[in-house]
Design a protein around this ligand. Structure first.
Ligand SMILES: NC(=O)c1ccc[n+]([C@@H]2O[C@H](COP(=O)([O-])OP(=O)(O)OC[C@H]3O[C@@H](n4cnc5c(N)ncnc54)[C@H](OP(=O)(O)O)[C@@H]3O)[C@@H](O)[C@H]2O)c1
Length: 314
């Protein structure tokens, strides 16, 4: 089915449209021939629908446009896709998910009002392709991934060891750092571990900002950026500065606080094959137990990675 082809186009170039969502589009003629395909071009470039319609040319008249997200109806850096779609005279639009942003939404309604048969699906796969952007656009805070590394007995540190997790898990964390806009820790971790929080020995397109949450001051020599306001306000300010995704790497106190406030969208727990026998608890107190549901489980080296999405995606 062509919506699957549109999803596949995004899977092949994830994040291509950053800081815009990355969307895929396919124009298909009534006889099933593909007339045009496209993915969102990098910032300031064409949206996927426009790329696909440009390729289809005059043949788009009467065709179906499959697109992974509802076409935008607003003037951003480029004119609304809805206008371009109407000019193309496609007969039908099938969109994989709605646009959750207050400014961009409403495209499906406008298309229907203009007489274009429009189907708005709600495909989880389509939403997941831009989950960070969707949370940022809809909630006005970064999409937060909380990562914890624990011993089998639930400790956040192992006596006389620098690291809890193994080499492969640590490499995975560096890949995660390279995939987000910011990485952060609480001030207790700054004092205990003096982390650099940079993405090392992995390909990095945009180095993440490196944040310390707490009152400060930072210890001498720390290169982290101190965020000392109320956490909720700091999250809003970071979002306004364009931080769409934040990897929070603990420690236990700030982790519990983020969980208790409902600010964690995805929880990653690396469980290392060690019984620490002592050391700090893996997580601070929560006001009440939090059911996590079924995780995705993966072996990363000798560590077990448990992966939960805590929010039904926006
Ligand atoms: N295994 C792991 O995944 C992992 C990860 C990190 C750290 N650790 C370990 O954890 C230990 C440190 O634990 P910790 O609990 O002291 O560290 P933490 O959670 O990193 O730091 C707690 C501090 O963060 C600041 N903070 C800022 N916003 C906060 C908020 N919304 N809620 C709560 N606190 C906030 C507060 O500092 P102010 O008082 O300055 O405001 C608070 O005292 C170390 O042993 C370290 O090695 C383990």
């Amino acid at each position: 089915m062509s919506i699957e082809r549109a999803l596949e186009l995004v899977d092949r170039s994830p994040g291509n449209g950053y800081p815009n969502p990355t969307v895929g589009a396919v124009v298909v003629a009534a006889d099933g021939t593909t007339l045009g395909e496209g993915v969102t071009e990098p910032a300031g470039g064409r949206h996927a629908e426009v790329v696909a319609l440009d390729e289809a040319g005059a043949g788009a008249g009467g065709a179906t446009l499959f697109v992974t997200m509802e076409p935008c109806a607003h003037h951003g850096r480029t004119p609304p896709c809805v206008d371009r779609i109407l000019e193309s005279h496609v007969a039908r639009v099938v969109a994989g998910c709605r646009d959750p942003s207050p400014s961009g939404g409403g495209g499906a309604v406008r298309l229907r009002q203009a007489g274009v048969e429009t189907e708005l699906l709600d495909l989880r796969e389509a939403r997941r392709q831009n989950e960070a952007w969707r949370t940022w656009a809809a909630l006005g805070r970064p999409y937060v991934i909380l990562k914890l590394a624990l011993s089998v007995d639930g400790r956040a540190a192992v006596p006389r060891r620098r690291w809890v997790s193994g080499v492969a898990a640590r490499r995975r964390v560096h890949e995660l750092r390279a995939s987000v806009d910011a990485v952060g820790v609480g001030m207790g971790t700054v004092h205990a571990d003096a982390p650099r929080l940079d993405a090392r020995d992995v390909p990095v397109v945009r180095p993440p900002r490196r944040l310390a949450f707490g009152r400060g001051p930072l210890p001498d020599g720390s290169e982290l950026e101190l965020r000392s306001g109320r956490t909720e306000e700091e999250l809003g300010a970071l979002a306004a500065e364009g931080v769409q995704s934040l990897l929070l790497e603990g420690g236990p106190t700030i982790a519990a606080s983020f969980l208790a406030h409902g600010w964690v969208d995805r929880l990653l727990v690396f469980v290392a094959p060690v019984l620490a026998g002592g050391g700090p608890a893996g997580l601070g107190e929560l006001p009440e137990p939090l059911d996590l549901g079924e995780p995705t489980v993966e072996l990363v080296g000798a560590d077990v990675l448990l992966d939960w999405r805590l929010r039904d995606e926006v």
